[in-house]
Design a protein around this ligand. Structure first.
Ligand SMILES: *[C@@H]1O[C@H](CO)[C@@H](O)[C@H](O)[C@H]1NC(C)=O
Ligand SMILES: *[C@@H]1O[C@H](CO)[C@@H](O)[C@H](O)[C@H]1NC(C)=O
Length: 536
């Protein structure tokens, strides 16, 4: 009995050692100048700290963590650069709404070059490089959406740590380059298109053209420039970046099959959409909480996220919106970054910043009016709140189309804002129960997983650390497009089929052979006889 029990205990201890690699040293790199990417991955940084791991976070903003987690947390940030960028005159996200799909494609890859130039010049980045060279990390977790120049960190890192890449820009067509497979233009809309899914022949043709151009632009325009910047920054000729990205052990993707059209993913591509939404907490700010609690008829939340500012929408349109909101029974919590020179009605609480994800957990929230960035979209889905979607640029365009198709959102074009359009969107979303019903259903599908996404992500960080140097990827990622699509095999088979046919037809043309063949001479004489008969 005692022996059995101690054996049990031993097994328990052994399994807990095997499944819990505690005290890992993890390096996070978030160099893409986009606040939403920083917010998204911050939830994983905190989760790993909670699990007792050591984390260094080089990021565009300083992430403050609670005191209880701070002991094993270090960081370097680019706060000044973000401030500069947001204050500069060129930074006009609303302008981006005027970019067509082709220009948005160019702009996205160009942004990778721009960010590489900026961040490699920073002291914080140089210090991070020094850190990677001298301190051994178990795992590097890095944003690989853009900023490919920083792949070089993996080449110079002390002790060859495993690399986890992550892509908060979930529908990036180029994730195929990291994991293998196709970008699936027959299944998914090209990310910057106003399209829910490619259905008609024309849609698929257009979609295919955009995917192909994106691929060409990535490999023949952006990558060479990134490579040049990287070689300079790391002070040596790195292997081609397109080769380095094959070293990613596990890829975290910000999608989920319940929402985005699902594509086949190899087993090292992990969909963890919702990690930041899962991290929601009850609203702490007393003023906001009281406002939400006291809303007898519910609350509409208005927030355009971190990139788009209301100043871009214009004061006249804000006035129109206020006049419509004033007529509602519902309360309105508005993240309004612009000073408006007018008295706001009692049912509106306008604040410079709101804890959007936490607010959406409140039971009185009836709808959220957003720019349908991917984070806001996933938050709305996670918390089951129907959406008024006012897209501006990039993936917001395909996001709104997918939301509308699922019957969980109303599309409001910000260029068409008027009393009529705003009233229509609000009344529709508040009083037609189908939006709430569909959204609750989608929310259940989105959240129902074997393991919540944040736990899954943390598990994978521990997992790769337990198998250093092991390649979990699909061999497909090393294949060329020709090999992967078996074009060469089709060509070979075609040749094999064609050659005998060619030989036969050549032989049959030869008079000598024809005279030797009994069936040929038979057909021939038969034919000649018939001809003679016809003529006579
Ligand atoms: C910090 O790391 C040490 C050593 O790995 C560990 O014992 C300790 O519990 C960690 N502290 C926190 C707050 O997680
Ligand atoms: C990266 O890939 C190369 C070539 O496939 C391989 O030799 C190297 O060991 C890999 N490095 C890591 C850290 O996995």
């Amino acid at each position: 009995m005692l022996v059995a029990m101690s054996r049990m205990l031993l097994i328990l201890i052994l399994t807990s050692i095997a499944t819990q690699s505690s005290g890992l040293s993890v390096l996070f790199i978030e160099a893409l100048l986009s606040s939403s990417h920083h917010i998204w991955i911050s939830s994983l940084v905190k989760e790993l700290l909670r699990r007792g791991h050591h984390v260094h976070f080089t990021s565009i903003h300083t992430l403050k963590v609670e005191e209880s987690l701070a002991a094993n947390y270090t960081h370097k940030s680019f706060d000044d650069l973000m401030q500069q960028l947001q204050n500069s005159n060129d930074y006009e996200p609303a302008e981006w709404a005027n970019y067509n799909t082709l220009y948005t494609m160019y702009f996205t890859h160009q942004f990778s070059n721009f960010v590489c130039e900026k961040v490699t010049a920073l002291k914080a980045m140089k210090e991070t490089l020094e850190l990677v060279r001298t301190k051994k990390f178990d795992v590097i977790v890095q944003d690989v959406t853009l900023v490919q120049c920083l792949y070089g960190l993996w080449e110079v890192a002390k002790g060859n740590p495993s690399v986890i890449g992550y892509v908060p820009f979930g529908n990036s067509p180029w994730i195929k380059d990291y994991i293998g497979g196709s970008s699936y233009p027959a299944i998914r809309p090209y990310v910057h298109l106003y399209m829910a899914k490619p259905v008609s022949l024309w849609d698929r043709t257009l979609n295919f053209i955009y995917f192909t151009l994106d691929d060409l632009l990535r490999h023949y325009y952006m990558m060479p420039i990134n490579q040049k910047i990287a070689n300079e920054f790391f002070g040596k000729e790195l292997r081609p970046l397109a080769e380095l990205e094959k070293n990613i052990s596990v890829l975290f993707v910000n999608t989920h099959y319940s929402f985005e059209p699902s594509i086949p993913l190899p087993s090292n591509a992990i969909e963890i959409a919702g990690i930041h939404a899962q991290a929601a907490e009850p609203v702490r700010d007393e003023r906001i909480r009281k406002f939400l609690d006291g809303a007898k008829h519910g609350v509409i939340v208005i927030s355009l996220g971190t990139n788009v500012a209301w100043k871009a929408v214009g004061l006249d349109k804000i006035q129109v919106i206020v006049s419509v909101l004033a007529k509602l029974k519902q309360r309105v919590l508005w993240k309004l970054d612009k000073e408006v020179d007018m008295e706001l009605p009692d049912n509106i609480l306008a604040l410079k910043w709101i804890p959007q994800n936490d607010v959406l957990t409140h039971k009185n929230v009836k709808a959220v009016w957003t720019h349908v960035g991917l984070l806001s979209t996933h938050e709305a889905i996670w918390h089951g709140i129907p959406v008024i979607g006012m897209p501006f640029f990039m993936d917001q365009r395909s996001n709104i189309k997918m939301l509308v198709e699922k019957g969980v959102a109303v599309h409001l074009d910000f260029k068409q804002i008027s009393v009529a359009t705003v009233e229509h969107a609000l009344l529709e979303i508040i009083y037609d129960p189908k939006y709430m019903r569909n959204m609750k259903k989608l929310s259940r599908e989105f959240r129902d997983r074997p393991m919540p996404p944040l736990d899954l992500a943390a598990w994978y960080v521990e997992f790769v650390s337990r198998h250093p140097g092991r390649d979990f990827g699909s061999p497909g990622r090393f294949l060329t497009r020709t090999e992967e699509n078996l074009y060469d095999v089709y060509a070979l088979l075609f040749a094999i089929l064609l050659i005998p046919i060619l030989i036969c037809s050549l032989l049959l043309k030869s008079k000598y052979i024809r005279s030797k063949l009994p069936f040929e001479s038979f057909t021939f004489t038969f034919f000649v006889k018939n001809e003679k008969k016809k003529r006579s």
